[in-house]
Design a protein around this ligand. Structure first.
Ligand SMILES: [Zn+2]
Length: 290
């Protein structure tokens, strides 16, 4: 029986050797699964955080990883990739794995060694944006909490503020040093108690307050830690940080920076699009390496 892929990216590992678990060729691609990987794959269910980039070194030949996705292996050893996966994560008899795609047809030997090397600069730029987006969402919830709800909704966030982000978020896209979140201000949200019209009217003020809050958090240089319930891709992982003297712990499968000291700036821009949705663009800038 195979195990799910052991993932080492939560620990900042970017360069490892591992044994081949299985591979499959299709058209001009070879899909390679190893026992362990430092590559963060894109999720087919919630594709907010793009796949890592990097290289595989096989028998001293270097191959660019052109995509990295989640795969699932059934009892017979058949590999299903991304959207072709027919089952949910808990399905008995299935193992979820990280699939590295290279654009070449190659043959591999059972259990042979593969070297995996992640493009650290690219991964770091995504990690900054993803951590920045979590902070931006918490700041937005905090700013809206006081003056923009006329009744209390069921859900509060980790800081005890009404969870606008959870209720209204439609999509989220992480890219290098930028994350774009889209929020829908629909009827449901209004029913839950949000004064949507006030939010729209005061968007510029809200943006300024969110940026003020982010600046306050940034100077704390708070540590960020990923807490993993186990070594495998499918084990729950949590993003943790201490803000406003509160231990925050939220489920997140992405890659992250390990301290706010890694950011020299973190800002958001709030805009209304033509469909009446709020677009929050979070931008991060790396502290120059010493
Ligand atoms: Zn996340």
């Amino acid at each position: 029986m195979l195990n799910p892929t052991v993932v080492v990216f939560p620990y900042g590992e970017i360069n490892i050797s591992s044994q081949l678990l299985l591979y499959k060729t299709h058209l001009n691609h070879t899909y390679i699964v190893t026992e362990e990987t430092p590559f963060h794959p894109v999720s087919h269910i919630w594709p907010d955080h793009p796949a890592d980039r990097g290289e595989l070194i096989i028998d001293e030949q270097i191959f660019t990883v052109t995509d990295c996705v989640v795969g699932a292996i059934d009892r017979t050893g058949e590999l299903f990739i991304g959207a072709d996966i027919p089952v949910k994560r808990e399905e008995a008899g299935w193992q979820f794995v990280v699939v590295h795609q290279i654009d070449a047809l190659i043959e591999l030997r059972p259990s042979q060694t593969v070297m995996l090397r992640v493009d650290k600069d690219y991964q770091d730029s995504l990690s900054r944006a993803h951590s920045g987006a979590h902070l931006a969402a918490l700041a937005l919830n905090k700013v809206l909490h006081q003056d923009y709800w006329r009744k209390q909704p069921d859900r509060n966030d980790e800081l005890g503020h009404h969870h606008f982000h959870r209720y209204a978020e439609e999509t989220s896209f992480v890219s290098p040093d930028t994350c774009i979140d889209t929020y829908r201000l629909g009827k449901t949200l209004r029913k839950r108690g949000l004064n949507s019209d006030d939010v729209v009217t005061n968007l510029t003020v809200i943006e300024a307050l969110v940026n003020q809050q982010l600046a306050i958090w940034l100077v704390t240089q708070a540590e960020i830690k990923m807490v993993c319930k186990g070594p495998y891709l499918t084990d729950s992982r949590y993003w943790t940080i201490n803000l406003d003297a509160t231990e925050i712990c939220m489920p997140c499968g992405g890659t992250h920076i390990n301290s706010l000291a890694q950011l020299i700036s973190l800002t958001v821009q709030l805009k209304l699009d033509q469909a009446g949705q709020i677009i929050m663009t979070t931008q991060t800038k790396a502290t120059k390496a010493a």
